[in-house]
Every structure is written in structure tokens, then in C-alpha cells.
Design a protein around this ligand. Structure first.
Ligand code: 5GP
Length: 180
């Protein structure tokens, strides 16, 4: 049995085990492979959180695929009135490609909406989202992720790529913030 963990000032309890994650990752990879028979996929993983999920998922996909790792950055533009979003690290031409975005978690959906619209401006053949975790109660986005690992309650989680103030990403299972 796994024990609670202290990270910084908070206590987290075991939530999704290593085996449950591995099983779900296999199922997600099978679903994706079934939907893209004969097609080459360009996977775009969102750093930092999706690094572990992307690594495990892509090991289950034996065909020819491409993978790109990107970061979403938001800054106040010199001329513009609002914030400007950009994707850092995307060096691949997306025109005509089937893109699958890999995310660790979709919460409000704001991040993924930004990523989708930035990618769509490059005229890919299609763009879908595959997320390990999804918080339906928090979601305000436009496009529901097509591939969802676990629907979870609207509580903070860490582990398997997800951090709490930069700690916890290395944990091989997912922990949930413990109620006081
Ligand atoms: P969004 O609200 O835009 O869907 O999610 C933005 C980002 O917030 C996610 O990519 C993730 O980095 C972070 N996030 C949302 N919910 C959680 C959570 O429960 N735990 C952790 N560690 N990060 C979260």
C-alpha cells in the first residue's frame, strides 16, 4: 500500500496507481492506432507536464510517427493591448498533417484551446487532443479532448509529470491533495 506524501506544505494521498496508469496508456494508444490506420501522426506533447505520459504512450505505438515537444508561452506584446501566446519549440511544418496533442491534464481547457488555435493557423489536416487526466467540472473550453484517460474530480493532483511548485513530477503514480 502506498503512503501519503508531503510536498512542500501540502499532504497528498495515493489516487491513481502505476498499474492503472499503464493499463490506461495502453488503451489510449490502441484507440489512437485504430483511428489513424494508414496515416502518419504528428504528436505534439506539451511540456513540462506531458513528458512522462508522452514517453510511455509513444512506446506503445510501433508505426511511423513524429513527435515534437513544445512549451506554451504567454507574454505582453510590445504593441498589443492584450497577451500574446506562442508555442516554443515547434520546428515542424504542420501543413496537411494529422496532429494529436498530448497533455497531462485538461482543467479549464484554456491552455489547450490556445494550443489548438495556434496549431490550426498552420493548416494541419486534423487536430485532436489526447489527455491523461480531464476535470469535467472545471472545463470551459471549446473542443472536448477526443482521447481521455481518466475523468477526475476538480481537486489538485501531482505525480507522473504533474508538479506542485516544481516538485512531484518524478512520481510514478498520481496523488491527490488530501482534504484537511
Ligand atoms: P487549463 O486550466 O488551462 O486546462 O490547465 C492549465 C495547466 O494547469 C495544465 O496544463 C497543468 O499544468 C495545470 N493544472 C491544472 N490542473 C492541475 C492539477 O490538478 N495539478 C497540477 N499539478 N497541475 C494542474
Amino acid at each position: 500500500m502506498q503512503l501519503d506524501r508531503q510536498i512542500h506544505d501540502k499532504v497528498f494521498c495515493p489516487f491513481i496507481s502505476k498499474d492503472e496508469i499503464a493499463h490506461k496508456v495502453k488503451n489510449l494508444s490502441s484507440e489512437i492506432q485504430k483511428d489513424y490506420i494508414g496515416e502518419e501522426i504528428l504528436f505534439i506533447a506539451i511540456l513540462n507536464g506531458a513528458f512522462m505520459f508522452a514517453s510511455d504512450l509513444l512506446k506503445e505505438i510501433p508505426g511511423n510517427i513524429q513527435i515534437s515537444f513544445v512549451k506554451v508561452s504567454s507574454y505582453i506584446g510590445a504593441q498589443s493591448s492584450g497577451r500574446v501566446d506562442e508555442l516554443i519549440g515547434l520546428n515542424t511544418d504542420l501543413k496537411g498533417k494529422h496532429v494529436v496533442i498530448l497533455e497531462d491534464i485538461v482543467d479549464t481547457g484554456i491552455t489547450i484551446d490556445k494550443v489548438i488555435s495556434l496549431l490550426k493557423s498552420q493548416n494541419p489536416a486534423s487536430v485532436e487532443v489526447c489527455t491523461l487526466l480531464f476535470k469535467p467540472e472545471a472545463f470551459l473550453g471549446k473542443q472536448l479532448p477526443k482521447y481521455i484517460g481518466f475523468e477526475i474530480p476538480n481537486k489538485f493532483v501531482v505525480g507522473y509529470g504533474l508538479d506542485y511548485d516544481e516538485l512531484g513530477r518524478n512520481l510514478n503514480e498520481i496523488y491527490q491533495l488530501k482534504e484537511e
